[in-house]
Ligand binder design. Sequence first.
Ligand code: SAM
Length: 307
Amino acid sequence: MFEHIPVLLEESVSFLITNPDGIYVDATFGLGGHSKRILEKLSNKGFLVAIDKDLEAIELGKRRLEGYKNIKIVHSSFSKVDEVLESLGIEKIDGILFDFGVSSLQLDKQERGFSYSKEAFLDMRMDTTSKLTAYDVINFYSQEDLERIIREYGEERFARRIAKAIVERRRNKPIETTTELSSLISSVVPKPKDGSHPAQRTFQAIRIEVNRELDEIKIALEKSLRFLKSGGRICAISFHSLEDRIVKEFFKFHSLECICPKDIPVCRCGKKKELEIITKKPIVPSKEEIERNKRSHSAKLRVAQKV
Ligand SMILES: C[S@@+](CC[C@H](N)C(=O)[O-])C[C@H]1O[C@@H](n2cnc3c(N)ncnc32)[C@H](O)[C@@H]1O
């Protein structure tokens, strides 16, 4: 059984639930850690819609929540949250929680191909029913695209060197496994000073590309806002600066009254303030939480409320 320790559990669920009778969405069900806590806090009039694109996680998470009746778990992408809610006849929600990134199941299960240290086929799909795999990205993308992805999504300064090495290596034979890729990267870049693995950033980049992670987040945030009741909240836990920046900018933009240039005397943009930012600074895990769960170390929780 895969153990997943939910990150910022009490903090995120306390911010999320403003009405125990309300309708909530857990957009990243995973192994059901946050969902379980949400259900414990809801009354029997409350309802939870849980979404995940990983069928295997849903199966395992479901077992954890046996006995709870006021939950519907849906296999879908959170960028389709509108379709999910409409299919259930739900017009408005009281809150939505996002806990981005990969789950322990995805990282720890060797054959999913997410880990640079576990030998596996280069897969990295969160949704194993989707087509694009890490193998396709590594073996068929152009050198320019690989360099761009590794630089932008991995924030890797040796992106050019890595992309060049990948393209040279695959000329003879496709790169098939995680360890083949990680040892190739280790052979062309210096060991990072922060003690991380030389392939860590590239693996993050390829994973983001395979799962279209950043586009998914942008679309889902916009759609969630349309479904939120006044007073309803968006709670988002991110694990790296690319995710956090999207959330921060989204909250900031929707919390502004006006976006006219400063030298215009009268507002012409017609923009309305839709969100109140609740967490002026992101909430981060305590020292104790990081000691208990190393994976929580980079987590940041941001919360905003519909006005
Ligand atoms: C960090 S885990 C969530 C863990 C969960 N909160 C728990 O406590 O068990 C992130 C989950 O989000 C899912 N996920 C990531 N991107 C998604 C997307 N665009 N649509 C739906 N699910 C997504 C992953 O499959 C993974 O199971």
